[in-house]
Design a protein around this ligand. Structure first.
Ligand code: GDP
Ligand code: IMO
Ligand code: MG
Length: 435
């Protein structure tokens, strides 16, 4: 399988990092293609835990080339910090990492704008997006707007300083006009800091699109690592409570710079329940002790911001939508162990909207706010399952739960995860029939 993609099908944090690390031994390239340091992908190896924000989750394996593609927005300060932390832990990064010269750069004004817009006055009845405040939205906005954008390759051009000066002058006026005098942008300081980092990164800054096109043409094995999840996709998610990139399966070709047909297998990653961090509608949310139990058992606190994640039942209406949208071939069902001990499990199979039962995921956030989830109740299982390695050894109730999800999504389940470690995985390629 030359081109595989791993994509989150909920609101992020589906345990994509664990799955990427698991599949990395068999590939030559791992490619991040959208998002930025808003992502937090966790890989656990024995007693070591690595949380990766910008660096692809294939980095722990020496044979792999890790690529940050053109569709990612890179904060060079965060990236250097991440490289240094890994190198201090004995992971060699600089010889395994390549950065697209087309990737856009996150500057301090993007972070300042992100914070200002989040904190700005808004009507009481309007829910905040609750961004990670990493400057992601403002950086993508400048990319699309073009005039105030700087790409990684621009930092190595002779006109970097003049470009930066012009942008800082404008951004300072913009930020001051919003009534904030606390943000002072010092063009000289930013220039010195970013130039020094660019010099350090210089050997890694290359035309990754050309490298990937060659790799695709030579049929080399590539694993594309999605960030966030399909319900946070800027075009197809729960807008405006989304991130600023195409985080569903539709984003991979544009973000990596490869033809659509380069991806021959799409693996959709789902938690066995739902979580969301930040604002926005969440039909199956459990704002009660059961939600808290899931949060405690799943340690559902943000990998990037530490915020408690909102928890709820598995939503098959939303997951069916994102499975179809992302062109998913097989499913990885993660964190099944978290549901152990719950006496009953609820699966949302439909929504009720204005007295009608629907299975179509509403395209407008106001409708999504009004839906009532319709649940199917399944029996839970009492025993812990973190040591189970074969599908048939799962408790019968867990088997029924997994089969029902497969049926509702009309896709085979290829992986079941029962704990954060590599070994805590059940490969069930042939064992779980479709539907
Ligand atoms: P990502 O952003 O999709 O990579 O996911 P995160 O890393 O933000 O969140 C997933 C969390 O769940 C991490 O702390 C993982 O170590 C952990 N994890 C991964 N798989 C499992 C699992 O099957 N069971 C449990 N209990 N935890 C898991
Ligand atoms: P990974 O890759 C979960 C959410 C934020 C907020 C919204 C917009 O670890 O799954 P942004 O900073 O992107 O403008 O915030 O998107 N968000 C994530 N939620 N996991 C992520 O990444 C996320 N990245 C952004 O909480 O609701
Ligand atoms: Mg995460």
């Amino acid at each position: 399988m030359a081109g595989q993609c791993i994509v989150g099908l909920q609101w992020g944090d589906e345990a994509k990092g664990k799955l990427v690390d698991l599949l990395t031994p068999d590939v030559e390239f791992v490619v991040r293609y959208q998002g930025g340091a808003n992502a937090g992908h966790t890989v656990v190896v024995g007693s070591e835990k690595y949380v990766l924000h910008l660096i692809p989750s294939g980095i722990l394996y020496p044979h792999v080339k890790n690529i940050i593609g053109s569709g990612v927005v890179i904060n060079p300060v965060t990236l250097i910090d991440e490289i240094d932390r890994l190198e201090n832990r004995g992971i060699s990064v600089t010889d395994r990492l390549l950065l697209s010269n087309r990737a856009h750069v996150v500057f301090p004004w993007h972070v300042a704008e992100d914070k200002l817009w989040e904190e700005s006055n808004q009507p009481d009845d309007e829910e905040k997006i609750g961004t990670t405040q990493r400057g992601i939205g403002p950086c993508y906005r400048d990319k699309v707007g073009r005039r105030f954008a700087i790409r990684l390759g621009d930092m190595l051009q002779p006109d970097f300083r003049s470009k930066l000066n012009r942008i800082v002058e404008f951004k300072q006026r913009l930020i001051t006009a919003t009534g904030s005098d606390s943000v002072v942008l010092d063009a000289n300081m930013i220039y010195e800091q970013y130039l020094a980092i660019a010099e350090r990164l210089r050997p890694m800054i290359v035309d990754t699109t050309e490298i990937l096109l060659n790799a695709v043409e030579q049929d080399r094995s590539i694993l594309y690592e999605g960030a966030q999840g399909a319900l946070l996709d800027v075009d197809h998610g729960t807008f405006p409570y989304v991130t600023s990139s195409n985080s569903s399966g539709v984003g991979v070709a544009a973000g990596a710079g490869v033809p659509l047909r380069a991806v021959s297998k799409m693996i959709g990653v789902l938690k066995s329940y739902s979580t969301r961090v930040g604002g926005g509608p969440f039909p199956t949310e459990l704002d009660n002790p059961t939600g808290q139990l899931i949060r405690d058992r799943g340690n559902e606190y943000g990998s990037t911001t530490g915020r408690p994640r909102r928890c709820g039942w598995f939503d098959a209406v939303a997951a069916r939508y994102t499975t179809r949208l992302s062109g998913v071939d097989t499913i990885a069902l993660m964190m099944l162990d978290v549901l152990s001990t719950l006496p009953e499990l609820h699966l949302c199979t439909h929504y009720e909207l204005d007295g009608e039962m629907i299975r179509v995921f509403p395209s407008h956030v106001n409708d999504l706010r009004r839906v009532q989830p319709v649940f199917e109740t399944l029996e839970g299982w009492r025993e812990e399952i973190t040591e189970v390695r074969r599908f048939d050894d799962l408790p019968p109730q867990a088997i029924d739960y997994v089969r029902r999800i497969s049926e509702l999504l009309d896709r085979p389940i290829e992986f079941i995860s029962v704990g954060p470690e590599r070994a805590q995985t059940i490969l069930c390629r042939l064992e779980t029939p479709v539907g």
